[in-house]
Design a protein around this ligand. Sequence first.
Ligand SMILES: [Mg+2]
Length: 211
Amino acid sequence: MRLILDLDNTLYPAKCNLIRDIETRISQFVALKLNLDFDEGDRLRREYFIKYGTTVTGMKVLYDVPPAEFYEYTHQIDIHDYISTDEALRATLQRIGIPMSVFTNSPLSYATQVLEVLGIDDLMDGVYCIEFSEFISKPTPLGYEKLHRELSLGETGAIMVDDQPRNLVPGVKLGWKAIRYNEDGMREPDERFVEITTLDELPEAIERVTD
Ligand SMILES: [Mg+2]
């Protein structure tokens, strides 16, 4: 069995506003690149997110913007202002005792930094980022299928954890178990998935889905 963990708004809380502020920078970048005002850039950010999974993919497909240029602008943010070492999370993950990897729509350099700041980088067997998925983000099946092959998940079995229900669907299609992280129960529950509202519940949820 292997645990496949989402990064953003899963391994650190949405309420720290890191993703909110990155999203603001994404809207600014879209506006700057396409010569639009902020509100229009923000509207397109949401539109591309829904249509392409991430805005970077939309900008690449539609305007041939290199992802490196996109990330240089959007992820120019000091993550120490938002997150810090998370001893409780580390203890929870250590309790689980099965190999774990990160599977994220974020770029590798940023993901590595986030894991280091949280103090859990050494617990991860691999970090599978947007580069690994060839900039075809979750929930498009490509990255899932690649991961499934690379880690032989068909044989070992996998449990995926993600805050976005739509991201769990392609994993389930491959036979993975799924746990939805609904931080503090703030979002609409999705009864298709076993749900946790704090990460403390993760070890127990893993037992439930593998029973
Ligand atoms: Mg997430």
